[in-house]
Design a protein around this ligand. Sequence first.
Ligand code: MN
Length: 439
Amino acid sequence: MLGTDATHDPARRSFVEAANLARADFPLQNLPFGIFKRASDATGRGGVAIGDQILDLAAAQEAGLFAGAVEKTANAAKGPTLNALMALGNHAASALRARLCNLLDAKNPERRKIEPLLVPMSEVSMQMPVAVGNFTDFLTSSFHSERLSPSGKVPPSFKAMPIAYHSRASSVRVSGETVTRPHGQWLDQDNIMRFGPTRALDYELEVGAFVGIGNELGQPIPIEEARTHIFGYCLLDDWSARDIQRGESVPLGPFLAKSLSTSISPWVITEAAMRPFRTPAFARPEGDPAPPSYLDSPRERENGGFDLKLRALLRTRRMREAGQGGEPITNTNFKHMYWTFAQMLTHHASNGCNLMPGDIFASGTTSGPAEESRACLAEITARGSKPITLSNGETRAWLEDGDEVIFRARAEREGFTPIGFGECRGVIGPAVNFPAAAR
Ligand code: MN
């Protein structure tokens, strides 16, 4: 039912020892694709994560480790982006995955040929995995929507369709880039509109999906085929300036409050790697309408969701200076999302809109029903009115300069090897001096 195969066999181990640790994000069963760069590299190179190492795909190809169709796929994955790999689709990527799994297996008699092609993660900087053509952000957690709605209810169309807005592709950046506090217009305490650095900077813990094979303009994608168009997943931080958002969102939706920056984790967790962790689509509460037929299928109902644990940690400047790690502030799970990624994709293309390889669409803030699962500060602090106190005594209503937000994700299921997503992180940098004189 889940479509698992030999690449998911939990008995398999890698000769890369760090991949076999119980807490490893990148065991042999994960094999995510990414773009890495050593100090000596002119451009980014395609690689596959295994434990604390990266298999250099161009070097592996030059060593003659691929043949036939798999060689063509490996060639598309060499970099400097993964768009060409995504355009080949999931079948091609799965065949490459199967070959990579055999190459990196502890039982591979040719491991001595592979070991020189491994690059330690500690020696590279990760790059954007794709050139992002388009970025769409959805709103699929009813819990997030209800907590932030003045009426406490989701918008009228929420249960009929996955709601979204077109966001900015150029400001999607890879994990680790500084997020500069944006300027914008907001209401001060005297109800006067001012222009200046935001006073209500927030994170949104989301999961992003990458489009694989696209569709021609005018040609919708049936729900039964939607999964074959989704190449893989990442963590995504939809940084949001709540005070700016408040003033601009009506009537045309978010604009400058969101386009300031978006961070994504660098490793693309493939559709195949996530198969063991599929769960039934969200159980709609009694009385909710069924999804419209173009967004409904037995397969989506059966396993359209993911059991994916998601965490956000806050590490303030003081914590960093004291050598402390981040403090958990969100603990949620992707299984609480009202709509599945396949439903988002089919809805997105239902008017004939053409999706392109490497396009990103994101789930929206992944809040669940529990208090600890609130996945942004606007929910945690009730729009800034109830600041949280951290273990070192600091308080936060919103993010301050020097604060770092770190996301992690982990998928687990009895009988399978757990996998992780790596990290998505960003530090808030001070606003630039704009305009030079006045606020
Ligand atoms: Mn968002």
